[in-house]
Ligand binder design. Structure first.
Ligand SMILES: [Zn+2]
Length: 310
């Protein structure tokens, strides 16, 4: 059932809408059903979640008999951004994921954030799917703040994603959708995977299987739960950042992969006009290459890669 879940009047006589597809158990009263919300498109240039929503809806369309609760799917929370493939909210140039929990009395981006919180509050769980940006490719990973890691780790374990990156308390995280939802009692996981403006089919297919598994654990889907691999958790090691020391063209020599050895050549920064290698970049540790630069132009300080070493 597709509904306009949110409608904010704009000054120009138009309105800002967010659409959702709601699935529910048709044999039970709706208010009594446990609810899960799957959201994506907070950043309008991230499309991996669009594919996940498609796959999940497609599966639910043909498995109505397995649905034992409410599953709300919101492919495009920043609908204006997704429509125009703009990361922020168009015209305001504001990152929607930096204005939560928002307010009714503030400018449009804050009103949108406030309306989203009101709409999704009351869900038992939520999954917020991101896909990096156009500059960096990420292996599928779950990100969470230290503050909520105790409640979120058991949930993360059922999602079938290998890597969990637990952040220390950073002020910027407090203005995110996930932080607002977690602080209101809706356990919310953030998934980062792939790269902006693209889809990675394998990642989408695997995440949908993980989401179904989580919904089964929550009793919202009546399907068998799967045994999953052990998680790699960032608390048990260190995240290394590799930044560029020079400007030029980044040419990777490793593909984005799970494991690297200390001293492996990650890539080179070359000068197109001089025909020279400006910098060779080596892995500082044994570990997982979980972030790798996708966009080739780099400047001094640009992020090239992140490696997690256990
Ligand atoms: Zn994002």
């Amino acid at each position: 059932m597709i509904v306009n879940s949110l409608n904010i009047e704009l000054p120009i006589g138009e309105s800002f809408k967010i659409r959702k597809n709601r699935y529910f158990d048709t044999n039970q009263e709706i208010p009594s059903q446990k609810r899960a919300s799957i959201v994506s498109g907070i950043h309008g240039d991230e499309l991996e979640g669009q594919y996940v929503c498609y796959l999940l809806c497609e599966w639910l369309n043909s498995n109505q008999d397995k649905i034992k609760g409410i599953i709300d799917i919101y492919p495009a929370l920043n609908s204006l951004g997704v429509d125009s493939i703009t990361r922020s909210i168009p015209f305001y140039n504001v990152d929607l994921n930096r204005v939560f929990p928002g307010s009714k009395e503030d400018f449009l981006p804050a009103q949108i954030a406030d309306a989203i919180i009101e709409e999704i509050s009351g869900s038992a769980i939520a999954i917020d799917i991101h896909s990096s940006n156009i500059f960096l490719r990420e292996i599928p990973q779950i990100r969470m703040s230290q503050e909520y890691s105790k409640e979120l780790l058991p949930m993360a374990k059922t999602l079938g994603i290998d890597f969990v990156w637990i952040h220390d308390a950073v002020t910027v995280l407090e203005s995110t959708f996930a932080h607002s939802m977690n602080s209101r009692g809706t356990k919310t996981l953030v998934v980062e995977m792939g790269v902006g403006m693209r889809i990675t089919q394998e990642y989408g297919i695997n995440l949908v299987e993980g989401i179904k598994n989580l919904l089964a654990k929550e009793g919202i889907l009546d399907i068998e739960q799967k045994e999953l691999k052990k998680l790699i958790i960032s608390e048990n090691g260190k995240v290394f950042y590799i930044n560029s020391d020079s400007a030029g063209l980044f040419v990777p020599t490793l593909s984005h992969c799970d494991s690297v050895k200390k001293g492996d050549l990650v890539g080179k920064i070359v000068s197109p006009i001089n025909g020279t290698v400006e910098q060779s970049i080596y892995s500082p540790a044994d570990g997982i290459l979980f972030t790798l630069r996708e966009y080739p132009i780099v400047y001094e300080g640009s992020l090239i890669a992140r490696i997690f070493g256990e």
